[in-house]
Design a protein around this ligand. Structure first.
Ligand SMILES: Cc1cc2nc3c(=O)[nH]c(=O)nc-3n(C[C@H](O)[C@H](O)[C@H](O)COP(=O)(O)O)c2cc1C
Length: 179
């Protein structure tokens, strides 16, 4: 395998590990997008699933959250990953879609139900809204959604003591860049 193919392989392998290994730095990337006012937004999320064959990354969210609404209007987004252990940064350009129903959502919700995180999606209040004086009753329907983010390109940066390396990867191209 040439070095370009090896790098591509290693990137997808590490993304996959990050969904399994709780201590992998890439488990908690930052998701950035532009909101409906044209303003930048960024927040930490958990990388839940990686589908290399279809070049998709999966994140769970509350469909009432501002990011879910903003991504429905403008799907362009970026996930930024940094791993000190690898000395690798990834800036993944994405087109994100929100799914609130269907088999995939139901399956994911079943796994979340077995964790403490389930309560977040059953909260009667919308994320980011002012805290009410009295807690309401839990919502009857979970506000659970999945963000299906299709990878458009990956900007890979490796920091090295003897020099840095950088490349732009698309589905069928690999372009070395000046770091
Ligand atoms: C370690 C960590 C992990 C998080 N994981 C998620 C996540 O997987 N999905 C999510 O919607 N919010 C997650 N959050 C909360 C978001 O960072 C953010 O505060 C929230 O989603 C509201 O974002 P918004 O107002 O831009 O919609 C996480 C926060 C932290 C600190």
């Amino acid at each position: 395998m040439d070095s370009e193919a090896k790098i591509r392989r290693a990137i997808w392998e590490q993304l996959q590990y990050a969904t399994i290994d709780r201590h992998h730095a890439w488990r908690l990337p930052v998701l950035a997008n532009v909101d409906e006012h044209g303003l930048p937004q960024a927040r930490t999320v958990v990388l839940r699933e990686v589908q290399e064959a279809s070049q998709r990354l999966i994140i769970y969210t509350d469909h009432r959250s501002p990011k879910a609404l903003a991504l429905a209007v403008n799907p362009s987004s970026v996930l930024v990953f940094w791993s000190k252990a690898l000395s690798w940064q990834l800036r993944v350009s994405l087109s994100a879609r929100i799914e609130t129903r269907g088999e995939k959502v139901e399956q994911a919700w079943k796994t979340v139900l077995q964790t403490a995180a389930a309560a977040d999606y059953l909260s009667p209040q919308t994320p980011g809204s002012p805290m009410p004086a009295h807690a309401g009753k839990p919502a009857e329907q979970p506000a659970f959604a999945i963000i299906i983010a299709s990878v458009l390109s990956i900007d890979w940066l490796e920091l090295g003591a003897e020099g840095h390396r950088r490349a732009l990867l698309t589905a069928d191209e690999f372009q070395w860049l000046v770091p």
